[in-house]
Design a binder for this molecule. Sequence first.
Ligand code: 5GP
Ligand code: MN
Length: 336
Amino acid sequence: MDPLLISRLRNIFDDVHQSVCIVVHTNPDGDAIGSALALYGLMKKIGFEDLQVVAPNSYAAFLHWMPYNEQVIIAKKSEQAANEAIKKAQLLFCLDFNGFSRTDQLAKHLKKSNAFKVMVDHHPSPEAGFDLVFSDPSASSTAELVYEAIESLGLKDLIDQSIAECLYAAIVTDTGSFSFSCNNPRTYDIVAELMRLGIDGAAIQRLIYSTYSLDRMRLLGYCLSEKLKVIDGHQAAYIGLTKQELAGFNHKEGDTEGIVNYALSLKGVNLAAMFIENDDHIKASFRSAGEVNVNLFARLHYEGGGHQNAAGGKVYFGMEEALMHFEALVKKGAHK
Ligand code: 5GP
Ligand code: MN
């Protein structure tokens, strides 16, 4: 890591009496929560006492086993506590996002804050407004950057099993269990180090991926057998789920996570989409293979963004229209 950035970070870590807030993006995933909790664990060990973790909204139950999970303030549920944590912070860490708008209702508070703002992130095109920027789109995950920062600071000895578990879970989830975004030794070198600290990779894998409720499993079956559509001749597939359908399977946060990847697993498909109806919008998720750039596609057509092969966005009209609109975009080659 850039020695200049690291030396600035080292200076920041000198004052353990400052008020610190670690913030993650809306709909936090394993990388966001894992990175935040790993940093929380590390900073606690260094001696920071006034330390909070804030997430804009709640997240999947398969992430709740992580060490320090009980520390996370969910802004949607505890608005005042979250706003207070941001308002009093002198130091803000923004993890796994690179523009304030990714935190929805927290964005205005983050922008207003006079705190020193550190971004640690691996999405392309970081935005302005941060005081110290650790941005590397070639990293598998934000957790990888958190690990490398800890190492560069000479604090590797402080990584204990709990911190290692958080980092490992983050890397596993952001690489689809080492199946993308890690086509180099870097991620594996870090994971080897985490393994040496005694983490149980198989157990963590089960905690994340083998904790389906029967409802969730049946929802997956329904999506694949009833809802999956292929756009013939265009190497694209998609699934749309209405609120009513979700309710029929007693939908819980995180139940639809990963379903879009099945659409991408079809032979010949290199663009997959999933549309999920929320209260005031439809959440779109995109996955692609190879050169198809869903980050651009989501930015241009869905007020969103993400990575080249995994991105998301929003639609503000009905499900039927949303699906027709997607088909039309694909048929005119908007993703190419
Ligand atoms: P997912 O489809 O799993 O929600 O998100 C996939 C990727 O796209 C993640 O890296 C996530 O951070 C990013 N992403 C999802 N939704 C949005 C959005 O509305 N705006 C932007 N900029 N990125 C998004
Ligand atoms: Mn990430």
